[in-house]
Ligand binder design. Structure first.
Ligand code: 13P
Ligand code: ZN
Length: 271
């Protein structure tokens, strides 16, 4: 058995949490990440029949039975993951009852997975129905995206349109737009279900006055979505109070999307 500290998936999680912390997206215990792993890669590092603890997940995840996840712990700080991965992360399998996490490694201080597990696992289930290669769901509190929530209508079409206008690459990176949820109580099955519903249509979902969720096949895809949205929101916040004398016009956004061959939300443009 190889040492799990050398596992590429663990290295990837350490990089992600460290970089997100440094970017100011994850103050204190803010944010959480779940990474779906293949049984074959987990079995190189852990004995699959050595379950440390069974932890009820509080909902049913029917399509995830037997799937493996590496997930940040609740109350844990992203800044501490590098120093002590075994306390701040956990690796578990969803049991055949679909309602229990079988802990194989981590949460060493008797901790447990993020309070946002419903939004994570329900989003994985939703994304897998539209993209069988989806592996990552991440949540964070990027500063400018959050700031924009207070001064811009929390409406999908308008929010997406403004982001698209703020940087030429936006419509190419998230041509389907961004989903938007109103403020809701976090850490609940209800916000999990609402997020998953949006995830059938969007890889990025804004949680009103809270933060953002992003999904992807790879950490780069999910991270790239968040940083592109955050960059656009930053440009918006730097310019919102100034007279705008130039903008990218809708027909130019259309030209971009068509040149890059992306399936974009035509109904989000005024053509
Ligand atoms: P956890 O510490 O439970 O992951 O919660 C952090 C958070 O961002 C809640 O939305
Ligand atoms: Zn949060």
């Amino acid at each position: 058995m190889k040492d799990i500290m050398t596992a590429p998936f663990l290295g990837e999680m350490i990089e992600l949490t460290s970089q997100m912390y440094r970017l100011g997206w994850d103050e204190r215990n803010g944010g959480n990440i779940s990474m779906m792993l293949d049984e074959a890669e987990v079995s190189e590092y852990l004995s699959l029949d050595r379950v440390l603890r069974n932890i009820p997940i509080g909902f049913s995840a029917p399509t995830l039975a037997g799937r493996y996840f590496l997930v940040t712990g609740t109350g844990k700080y992203f800044r501490n993951v590098r120093r002590d991965p075994e306390t701040n992360l956990g690796l578990f399998r969803i049991a055949s009852d679909c309602k229990t996490a079988e802990l194989l490694w981590g949460y060493r201080d008797n901790g447990r997975f993020t309070s946002e597990l419903p939004a994570h696992l329900m989003s994985h289930m939703a994304r897998l129905t539209v993209d069988p290669e989806n592996r990552i769901v991440m949540h964070c509190h990027p500063t400018h995206t959050l700031a924009m929530n207070y001064v811009h209508p929390l409406e999908e079409r308008a929010f997406t349109h403004t982001l698209w206008e703020m940087s030429t690459e936006c419509i190419v990176v998230f041509p389907e737009g961004v989903g938007v949820l109103p403020w809701m109580l976090c850490g609940t099955n209800r916000i999990g279900e609402a997020t998953a519903e949006k995830m059938k249509e969007f890889r990025a979902v804004i949680w009103g006055m809270h933060g953002v969720y992003a999904a992807g096949k790879t950490p780069d895809e999910a991270f790239g979505l968040v940083e592109t949205i955050e960059k656009a929101a930053e440009v918006f916040m730097l310019t919102a109070h100034l007279p705008r004398i130039n903008t990218i016009r809708d027909r130019e956004l259309q030209e971009l999307a068509e040149a890059f061959g992306v399936a974009y939300r035509k109904d989000f443009l005024n053509l």
